[in-house]
Design a binder for this molecule. Sequence first.
Ligand code: ADP
Length: 224
Amino acid sequence: MSIVFDDVSKKYNDYVALNQVSFNIDPNEFVSIVGPSGAGKTTLLRMLLAEDKPTSGKIFLNSIDIHALSNKDIIRRTIGVVFQDFRLLPQKNVYENIAFAMEAAGRTDEEIESDVPHVLDLVDLGNKIWNFPNELSGGEKQRVAIARAIVNQPDIIIADEPTGNLDPVNTYDIVQIFKKINDLGTTVVLTTHNKGVIDSIGRRVITVQNGCIVRDDLTGKYIL
Ligand code: ADP
């Protein structure tokens, strides 16, 4: 699934958070979006998730203008999301957190029973299936969040500062998991402040500053 931003601007009152941003992401790319705090990275992701509308410009998923859709279900089905603060349900164990996302997508009990262990193996967390979030480390929580984001097989994973709360060892492991997911055919778009993350991914980097794209490098070096 391709992503196209066509001349997208976003203003909050008079403040310009995104200024005429245009770029394309091809199916199965791994793109990091970097830039200082306040540059507009989260705003850009929120526009892509249709959580908020651009002030002008259009965003297309496979030629579909997502902000012209009255029903946003296609976006929920197409894009899985991972957050810096994990956002797991504290009263549910690991199995139930992932099952819950599958139930919301209308999957059957049989699918849930077979897919939850499988997706936990993919993120190397099969041994924590019955634990609750408060019994997991930050890195383990983020693995659960990634498993939940991919279990319904979205075309695209979006991750907003997914390693922001993790130590260097867990950061490295989480980056390896995103690389594996990308190798299996899912587009990955993540934001990060972390130069080490960019360097270990070694793929395309879009740099945002003051709401504008100031660099777009295919070789993956963090320049700022
Ligand atoms: P980043 O993710 O790069 O740190 P953001 O996209 O969160 O940047 O924010 C870009 C700018 O837009 C910031 O100056 C922020 O204060 C402003 N902004 C973001 N969301 C809102 C909002 N809902 N209302 C007003 N200003 C906002």
